[in-house]
Design a protein around this ligand. Structure first.
Ligand code: AR6
Length: 209
């Protein structure tokens, strides 16, 4: 299988955020693709119900700012209610850093939401390991729920302060490791700067092999 990336200006496959969206496509394995898209993850959809978006949440899982806030607003109040039902493992902690939990997507176009908590870059003892765990556990929960199409934001790259280039390498290489279980893994990135970093790092990481 060729691992050379195909630059595209328009997505014409399953992604229905397609029209005019900027994106880059890479082969992860013989049977799975990585798509890096610029856009709003709350609008992401594919033509299947075996899909999920990943929410960069906090340990309480009851909403917040950034992508988490946008996802909760778009999903509607049922999402907060479903998160509230997730059992606490410690007082105030429903999802420890690096772990993942799943809920329905309610009013979102995505069928499910996988909530994960990335590391706070400046205070986590091992931010690399924690960020890799967020990706791994999100993919594990996705696999357990037969999800074949999954969209990630840049976990920890906002409020939690993770440097984009390091986060991109961890995210892309971790996804590569587990790619066989998925048809498509997408990154949906909000800003131009972060999008460019992701595309460049995907070329480095995926062309090495
Ligand atoms: N679609 C895609 N990406 C987005 C969107 C969106 N609608 N909105 C923001 N981003 P952040 P974190 C990007 O801060 O760093 C919350 O308060 C954003 O530009 O959402 O993991 C939680 O409750 C950035 O690149 O998540 C936690 O307390 C990336 O998503 C805390 O923030 C992640 O930024 C989690 O911080």
């Amino acid at each position: 299988a060729s691992s050379s990336p195909t630059r595209i200006s328009r997505l014409t496959t399953v992604s229905s955020m397609a029209s005019g969206v900027e994106g880059a496509v890479f082969n992860l394995s013989d049977s799975s693709l990585l798509k890096i898209l610029k856009g709003d993850i709350t609008k992401w959809s594919v033509d299947t119900s075996s899909d999920a978006i990943v929410n960069p949440a906090n340990e309480r899982m009851l909403g917040g700012g950034g992508a988490d806030g946008a996802i909760h607003r778009a999903a509607g109040p049922q999402l907060r209610a479903a998160c509230y039902e997730v059992p606490e493992v410690l007082p105030g902690v429903r999802c420890p850093t690096g772990e993942a939990r799943i809920t329905p997507g309610f009013n979102l176009p995505a069928s499910r939401v996988i909530h994960t908590v990335g590391p706070v870059y400046d205070s986590d003892v091992n931010p690399k390991e924690s960020l890799a765990n967020s990706y791994k556990n999100s993919l594990r929960v996705a696999k357990e729920n037969n999800i074949k199409y999954i969209a990630f934001p840049a976990i920890s790259c906002g409020v939690y302060g993770y440097p984009f280039d390091e986060a991109a390498v961890i995210g892309i290489s971790t996804i590569k490791q587990f790619s066989n279980d998925f048809k498509e893994v997408h990154f949906v990135l909000f800003a131009d700067d972060i999008y460019s970093v992701w595309v460049n790092k995907a070329k480095e990481v995926l062309q090495k092999a």
